[in-house]
Design a protein around this ligand. Sequence first.
Ligand SMILES: Nc1ncnc2c1ncn2[C@@H]1O[C@H](COP(=O)(O)OP(=O)(O)OP(=O)(O)O)[C@@H](O)[C@H]1O
Ligand SMILES: [Mg+2]
Length: 252
Amino acid sequence: MIEIKNVSLRYGDTQILSDVSLTMPKGGVTALVGPNGAGKSSLLSLIARLQPLQSGAISVDGLPVDTTPGRRLAQTLAILRQDPAVASRLRVRELVGFGRFPHQNRRIDAQDKILIDTALRQFDLESLAERFLDKLSGGQRQRAMVAMAFCQATDYMLLDEPLNNLDMLFARQLMRDLRAAADNDKRTVIVVLHDVNQAAVYADRIVAMKAGRIVADGSPADVLQPKILAEVFGYDMDVIDVDGAPLVLHHR
Ligand SMILES: Nc1ncnc2c1ncn2[C@@H]1O[C@H](COP(=O)(O)OP(=O)(O)OP(=O)(O)O)[C@@H](O)[C@H]1O
Ligand SMILES: [Mg+2]
């Protein structure tokens, strides 16, 4: 379970998050949606301790994130950042292997190798494994970053806009992989998405944020309603039903 209690964050005089409380039980896919600047990445970075907690409390699987040793936290939780800094003189296989760092004692062993090869195969990176990261297309690089997060094999995964740069086929495949990680491996996935229709089909729960607050929280059918969408995103859009799932016509 991830427990977020009364978390606020400010930069100087600017309030970024205001008293956010949220509980995510173990297992399942939660999509975090909301407009640019809503505070989605800020919230994820606090959960993963990429920045220090200013007020409130966060725990992951019972571990308080502010006091748990980094290695222990990294064995429990993986994060894919929205804008990862990548060392260009790194090969794809090496990057994916970084996912094993929190688990290995000294060096990559046979079991690590199997997991690295599995992740490379899963994200169609086998033919690119020896390629330097700066010699890849945007979507290929994104797939390598996602593969690293999967390779970490943690019970909790936070993914900040993992569909960025992916073509439609890979985007659908990744959402299916996240669904399978939750259903088959009982992993807990929190994924920031701008495509609410991906959230409609693959998430159990949608949490909508705006201006540093949670403004809606529920099943896709509960949250993806015209009134709520207009409140969150600031314009009117129609919602139709396709095979029992809402489809938001946000582009017209
Ligand atoms: N280091 C920082 N210093 C000051 N303000 C910041 C800093 N990082 C983020 N912000 C501000 O905090 C707010 C929330 O940013 P955040 O990155 O969490 O939004 P987001 O919901 O992830 O948006 P996006 O969809 O654009 O990724 C924004 O107004 C942003 O300008
Ligand atoms: Mg963001």
